[in-house]
Design a protein around this ligand. Structure first.
Ligand SMILES: *Cc1c(COP(=O)(O)O)cnc(C)c1O
Length: 362
């Protein structure tokens, strides 16, 4: 926590705004809007997953539709596609960002259109805070007139060519889950430059109540709104977002500074114009065996590291779905490791980690 969260939460108690609406929710939404710029509107929700669910629905995804989804991501990116009775079609990654490959995206669109199944949406992810190839993906989306749902759950504070992640898609998504760069303990937001979309999200997230003195419903609704108490935490967290990004980027710089000259290790550099929040610092080792050796050596010293996200096309829940692959995400999964990346790491922690990795490889 940064400092002011407790003050805002106490304010919620003192004013008795203990509800899924209230002044903190409005102020939190304004602070997101201000932080991201580009005229984007925000609807604060109970989770990033809820935001993806509503976002896909607002883009018109429904039963039997197909959504082109980045394979290299967390399962929460794709699960909401199935909540709507639609099907994910998985797209592999490119080397330069580790995110959705524009080449395979185009191939998939052409293939599905030639089978009379034009995809309903493109779900692209800024994984680990690194922006996806925004220009290329958007150009393809425009060319085929398919909306983009931008999963920016891991990329608050990242930008591409000076514009904030979360503002690129027809609809964008943020997460404030406990593991993200800032947190409300649990929470998310749906973003759009189109205000009717964020208004629709708020409508659906509050049980889709029509205007009437009694309870009247002409749509199926959800209970997905963020509470005023949690939005109080969010307000305090937004005040320290820049510090958190700086701390995460400093971790990454330390790892690169001390391990980057080892020929066997690779890091993902920022392409020109890209700025990653470096939510997690990731390392590519020469092989699966090297990755495991390093992971287990760290574990022995009670230090947790994790393999990169397992591609969704390899998950038991999704392995029967259609996919367009070139082996990139599988290779990243086999060789990659997320290093300790907390905003509160100190230099002694980082030094210890680096030394264990060096010793393991020598
Ligand atoms: C965390 C995360 C989500 C889901 O957000 P929640 O707030 O945990 O529901 C979606 N996509 C990605 C890439 C994530 O990392």
């Amino acid at each position: 926590m940064g400092g002011n969260e407790e003050k805002y939460v106490s304010e919620a108690f003192a004013t008795n705004w203990i509800a899924p609406l209230g002044p903190h929710v409005n102020a939190f939404e304004s602070s997101i809007r201000e932080e991201l710029g580009s005229g984007v509107h925000a609807a604060a929700l109970s989770s990033g997953t809820a935001a993806i669910h509503l976002g896909l629905q607002i883009l018109g995804v429904s039963h039997g539709d197909e959504v082109l989804c980045q394979s290299f991501t967390f399962s929460a990116s794709a699960n909401p596609i199935t909540y709507l009775g639609a099907k994910p079609v998985f797209i592999d990654s490119e080397r330069s960002t580790w995110n959705m490959s524009p080449m395979l995206l185009r191939e998939a669109i052409e293939h599905r259109i030639s089978n009379f199944k034009k995809p309903k949406a493109i779900l692209a992810v800024h994984l680990y805070g690194m922006p996806y190839n925004v220009d290329a993906i958007q150009q393809i989306a425009d060319e085929y007139d398919i909306p983009v749902l931008e999963d920016s759950a891991e990329a608050l504070g990242s930008s591409c060519n000076g514009l904030s992640c979360g503002t690129f898609g027809t609809i964008g998504v943020l997460s404030f889950n406990g593991n993200k760069i800032i947190t409300t303990s649990g929470g998310g937001a749906l973003l759009s430059k189109n205000k009717t979309y964020t208004e629709k999200a708020i409508f659906l997230a509050t049980q889709a109540r029509d205007e009437a003195p009694h309870y009247q419903h002409s749509h199926i609704g959800y209970n997905y709104r963020m509470s005023n108490v949690l939005a109080g935490i969010g307000r305090g967290q937004m005040e320290v977002l820049k510090d958190r990004v700086a701390a995460r980027r400093k971790n990454y710089e330390y790892y690169v500074g001390h391990l980057g000259n080892m020929e066997s290790l690779e890091f993902l550099a920022e392409p020109e114009g890209y700025r990653s929040n470096r939510w997690l610092s990731c390392l590519l080792t020469p092989s699966f065996e090297h990755r495991e050796k390093i992971r287990l050596a760290l574990q022995k010293k009670d230090i947790e590291s994790r393999p990169l996200w397992k591609p969704l096309h390899l998950q038991p829940i999704f392995e029967q779905e259609l996919n367009f692959l070139d082996g990139t995400s599988l290779d990243l999964f086999n060789r990659g490791l997320c290093l300790p990346s907390g905003s509160n790491l100190v230099e002694a922690d980082l030094e210890l980690i680096v030394n264990i990795i060096k010793t393991t490889l020598s």
